[in-house]
Design a protein. Structure first.
Lengths: 322, 287
C-alpha cells in the first residue's frame, strides 16, 4: 500500500464526489434537493449533539429545544428586528448557546440518566413556551412568511438555490467539528469522559469543558434551526417537539460515537430513510423502526464501523479513537 | 379545601399510572442497566389490548383484563426473542435506539389497526363518591388501589420468591449468577415480561379515564421515564413516589396556577429536585 498511490486515489475520489455534490440540484429534481437540504440541516444539528454525547458523555433528549430556539430567534430577528439573515444566523446560534449555558450550569451536578431527564424537561418547557407565549411566538399558529435569505439582491427562495447555502453550512460545520474534536477541547473532553479523575489530576477543568460542550452543541443546533426556519418559511411548535429530539438522538447514536464521518453519514442516511420509506405506504414507520432495530443488532457500534471501501477513504480518520 | 383534596386524589391516581409505567423502566434498568424506550408504547399496546378485550366481552371484565395482560406478556416475549436478547449486553445507547425502533413499530402497527381515538367501556363504572363534600370518581380509587396492590406484589416477588431473588442476583453480578446456576437468558425474558405486564396494567387502568389512542405512549413514556429518574431508577417504591410527585404537581399546577403551563410546572419542579438531589430522591450516591 504505497502512500502516494492511495493519496492520488483519494484526491480523485474526492474530486468526483465534489463534482457530484455540486451538480446535484441540476439533475436531482425538486424532491431530492429538498431532502438534501434537510439532510444538510440535520447534519449540523446532529454533529453538535454528537459532540455532546460521544465526546463529553452527556446525553441530551432535548436538542429540539435549541434547534427551535435558533429557528424562532432567527425568524423574529429578521421579521421583527429588521436584521438581515446573514446577521441573524450567527445571532440565533449565539442565542441557542446562551440557552445551552443556562441549562448546562445548573445541571453540572446532574449526571448520566438524570441529565437525560433534565434535558427532556427543558425541551418540554421550551416547547410549551413556544406554544403558549402567543405575544411573541404566535402560539400554535406559528410564524408564517419568514423571509428567504438574499445574497446580493438574489433571493435563495428555491430548493436548488438554498441547497448551496445548506451545503456550504454543512461542510463548514463538518470542518469546524473536525477541528474542535482534534483540538485540545476535543482531547480534554474525551479525557474527562474516559477517565474523569485522571483528567482532573492533570489539571483539566472538568466543569468548564462540560459546559463548553453544551454551549458548542447548542450553537450548532441553533444554526441548524435558523437554516430550517428560513428554508421552510413557516415554523410552529410541532416542528420542535420532543420527538424531534429523539430523531436527533437516533441520528447521533446511529452514526457511531466519536466519528464525525459516521455522524454525518447517519444524519444524511436517516433523513432519506424516513422520506424514501414512503414507498412502503402505511408500513413506512414500521419499516423505519425495524431499520433502527436491525441496524443496532448488527452494527451495535454504529454505522461508522461498516467498511465502505473507497468512499469511506474520502473521509480522513478524523476524531476516531480506536 | 374540597377542591384541593379532589385535585390531589386525581393527581395521585394519574401519578400512580406514571409510576406503573415508570416501573417498567426501573425493572429493566436495575437488572440489565439499559433503558427500554419502548415502555411508553408497551403501555399503549396494553391499553389497546384491554380495549379490544373489553369491547369483545364487556360482561367478563376481569377475565378480559387478565387475557389482555397475557397477550402483552406474549408480545414482550416476542420482542425479547427478536431484538432485546441480542443487544441487552450492548452499549446502553445502542439499546436505547433499538428500543425506540421497537416502540415505533408497536405504535404504527396499532395505528394501522386503530387510527382513531377510542372511548373505553366503563369497566369501573362511573359512580361518584361523596365524602363530606369531596366528589371522587370511583375510577380513580380503582386505579390507586390496583397500583398500590401491584407494587406490594412486585416487592414480594423480588424479595420473597426464589425467582425474584434470582433476578436480583443477575442484576448484582451477571457472571457470578450464571456460575451459580441461574438461567440468565430466562431472567432477561422474565424482566421484559414483568415490565411489559406492569406497563399494560397501567394502560388498561388509564383507558376508562382518558381515551385510547395509538400515540398516547410517547408522552406518557417520557413522563414515566422522568418519574423513574426522579425516584432514583433503582427502587420500586422510589419509582412510585416519583410518579406520585409528578402526577400531583402536574394536577395542582394545572388547577391552581395555569393549565397552559401544566407540564412546564411539573418538569420545572423535577429539574429543581434533581439539582438538589442529583441522583434522584431515593438514588444511592454512585461510588
Amino acid at each position: 500500500m504505497g502512500l502516494k498511490e492511495t493519496g492520488t486515489q483519494r484526491i480523485l475520489w474526492m474530486a468526483l464526489g465534489a463534482a457530484v455534490i455540486l451538480l446535484l440540484p441540476l439533475f436531482a429534481g425538486y424532491y431530492v434537493t429538498h431532502n438534501l437540504i434537510f439532510a444538510g440541516i440535520n447534519v449540523i444539528a446532529v454533529l453538535g449533539l454528537g459532540l455532546l454525547i460521544g465526546f463529553s458523555g452527556q446525553v441530551s433528549i432535548g436538542h429540539a429545544a435549541f434547534y427551535g430556539i435558533g429557528a424562532y430567534a432567527s425568524a423574529l430577528l429578521t421579521m421583527k428586528g429588521g436584521f438581515s439573515f446573514w446577521l441573524s444566523l450567527p445571532l440565533s446560534g449565539g442565542i441557542a448557546s446562551v440557552a445551552g449555558l443556562l441549562l448546562a450550569i445548573p445541571s453540572l451536578k446532574v449526571a448520566a440518566l438524570y441529565l437525560v431527564m433534565t434535558t427532556i424537561g427543558f425541551s418540554m418547557i421550551v416547547w410549551l413556551v413556544m406554544l403558549q407565549w402567543e405575544a411573541v411566538t404566535n402560539g400554535p399558529n406559528g410564524i408564517i412568511g419568514i423571509p428567504a435569505p438574499t445574497l446580493a439582491g438574489w433571493a435563495l427562495d428555491s430548493p436548488a438555490k438554498y441547497y448551496y447555502l445548506a451545503l456550504i453550512m454543512a461542510v463548514l460545520a463538518v470542518g469546524l467539528m473536525n477541528r474542535i474534536v482534534k483540538s485540545s477541547i476535543g482531547l480534554r473532553l474525551m479525557a474527562i469522559f474516559d477517565q474523569e479523575e485522571a483528567a482532573k489530576a492533570v489539571g483539566v477543568n472538568t466543569t468548564y469543558f462540560r459546559v463548553l460542550a453544551f454551549v458548542i452543541s447548542s450553537f450548532f443546533a441553533g444554526i441548524a434551526g435558523s437554516l430550517y426556519a428560513h428554508y421552510v418559511t413557516f415554523i410552529h411548535p410541532e416542528n420542535f417537539d420532543i420527538w424531534v429530539s429523539v430523531i436527533f438522538l437516533v441520528m447521533a447514536v446511529f452514526g457511531g460515537q466519536r466519528s464525525i464521518p459516521g455522524i454525518t453519514a447517519s444524519a444524511i442516511i436517516l433523513t432519506f430513510v424516513t422520506e424514501y420509506f414512503r414507498v412502503f405506504g402505511n408500513y413506512r414507520m414500521i419499516g423505519y423502526g425495524a431499520f433502527l432495530a436491525v441496524c443496532m443488532i448488527y452494527f451495535p457500534e454504529g454505522i461508522s464501523k461498516i467498511q465502505l471501501g473507497p468512499i469511506g477513504r474520502i473521509f480522513s480518520r478524523s476524531g476516531k479513537t480506536a | 379545601m374540597e377542591n384541593l383534596i379532589q385535585t390531589i386524589i386525581v393527581g395521585l391516581s394519574v401519578g400512580g399510572i406514571y409510576g406503573l409505567v415508570a416501573l417498567g423502566f426501573t425493572i429493566v434498568y436495575r437488572s440489565l442497566y439499559v433503558i427500554n424506550f419502548a415502555q411508553g408504547d408497551v403501555f399503549m399496546v396494553g391499553s389497546f389490548l384491554g380495549y379490544v378485550g373489553f369491547s369483545l366481552a364487556s360482561h367478563v371484565p376481569v377475565t378480559m383484563f387478565f387475557l389482555a395482560l397475557a397477550a402483552a406478556g406474549l408480545i414482550a416475549i416476542l420482542t425479547v426473542y427478536l431484538v432485546y436478547r441480542k443487544i441487552h449486553r450492548a452499549d446502553h445507547l445502542t439499546f436505547a435506539i433499538a428500543s425506540i425502533g421497537v416502540g415505533i413499530i408497536m405504535q404504527n402497527i396499532v395505528r394501522m389497526i386503530s387510527p382513531d381515538a377510542k372511548k373505553y367501556p366503563d369497566v369501573f363504572g362511573d359512580a361518584m363518591l361523596n365524602i363530606k363534600g369531596i366528589y371522587i370518581s370511583v375510577q380513580y380509587l380503582w386505579v390507586l388501589g390496583i397500583t398500590i396492590a401491584l407494587i406490594i406484589l412486585l416487592q414480594l416477588f423480588f424479595y420473597r420468591t426464589k425467582f425474584g431473588k434470582a433476578m436480583r442476583a443477575v442484576s448484582e453480578n451477571r457472571d457470578m449468577a450464571s456460575l451459580l446456576g441461574i438461567n440468565v437468558p430466562q431472567t432477561v425474558y422474565a424482566t421484559f415480561v414483568i415490565s411489559s405486564t406492569v406497563g399494560a396494567v397501567a394502560g388498561i387502568l388509564i383507558g376508562p379515564i382518558y381515551f385510547f389512542s395509538f400515540d398516547m405512549g410517547f408522552m406518557t413514556g417520557l413522563k414515566a421515564f422522568s418519574a423513574a429518574i426522579l425516584g432514583g431508577i433503582m427502587s420500586v417504591p422510589g419509582t412510585l413516589v416519583g410518579g406520585f410527585i409528578l402526577g400531583v404537581t402536574e394536577n395542582l399546577g394545572g388547577v391552581y396556577v395555569t393549565s397552559d403551563y401544566k407540564d412546564a410546572i411539573a418538569f420545572g419542579l423535577l429539574i429543581f429536585m434533581l439539582m438538589v438531589r442529583p441522583t434522584g430522591l431515593f438514588g444511592k450516591k454512585k461510588s
